[in-house]
Design a protein around this ligand. Structure first.
Ligand SMILES: *[C@@H]1O[C@H](CO)[C@@H](O)[C@H](O)[C@H]1NC(C)=O
Length: 223
């Protein structure tokens, strides 16, 4: 190899290394933190995709790239149930149980999205095509109310026409979801998941909860 070739190769390798380093730094700030175990129990077979984020099921919305602001404006996500039965019909529910906050959920549930008559063959591919009983409303956690859970449930529809009562349709707040499900004999969801986010103004220097949980869980006991 000539001297100039060697120099060129060295420069190329160096610049590649720099690219890799920069990427890693960005990824570091943009870590996807999994939900703690207590909240991960709901993550059963359902995937929720937003643009840029990808599948956010079972994750905190990362505190970077304005994701926590952007998600309040993005249109409805793609919701995919890969194990859906092609010939079955499903109901999709999206709710926030933490209204106004998780510590004081007086107005549970907030109904974000309700779609009936989704064909299994569509749900399998993430296409939420059906009867929209409540139009999609993006998450909008108020400031100072902590992290909110955004929960998605998919139920097998049993041939009955599903609708909201006029009183239910009037407002999204304080939805008695249990009563609604009982009305249509819907018990256990076929699949579910959730993600969590908080108001973007509340987390300028958000410390990933995963970072905290890496601390020893128990202090050394003194005898
Ligand atoms: C009321 O019903 C209409 C028609 O189904 C729907 O588009 C709308 O989103 C509903 N409103 C609420 C608050 O659920």
């Amino acid at each position: 190899m000539s001297w100039t070739m060697r120099l060129a190769t060295a420069v190329l390798i160096l610049s590649l290394m720099m690219v890799v380093t920069t990427d890693e730094e960005e990824n570091d700030q943009c870590m996807y933190e999994a939900l703690p175990d207590i909240d991960a129990v709901l993550c059963k077979g359902l995937e929720v995709f937003y643009p840029e984020l990808g599948n956010i099921g079972c994750m905190f919305v990362p505190n970077c790239n304005n994701y926590r602001q952007k998600i309040t404006q993005w249109p409805a996500p793609t919701v995919k149930f890969p194990r859906a039965l092609e010939d079955a019909t499903y109901l999709l529910v999206m709710v926030d149980p933490d209204v106004p906050s998780r510590s004081n959920p007086q107005s549970r549930f907030w109904r974000h999205w309700l779609v009936a008559d989704i064909k299994g063959i569509d749900l399998k591919k993430g296409k939420i095509w059906g009867q929209e009983l409540s139009a999609y409303q993006p998450p909008a956690p108020p400031t100072q109310t902590g992290f909110h859970r955004y929960q998605f449930f998919v139920y097998l529809q049993k041939g009955r026409t599903i609708s909201l009562l006029p009183g239910e349709n009037k407002t999204r707040a304080s939805w008695k979801m249990d009563r609604f499900l009982n009305r249509y004999d819907l018990n256990e969801p076929e699949a579910s998941t959730q993600y969590m986010t908080q108001n973007y103004q509340d987390s300028p220097n958000f410390q990933a909860p995963g970072g905290r949980s890496s601390e020893p869980k128990e202090r050394p006991k003194q005898r």
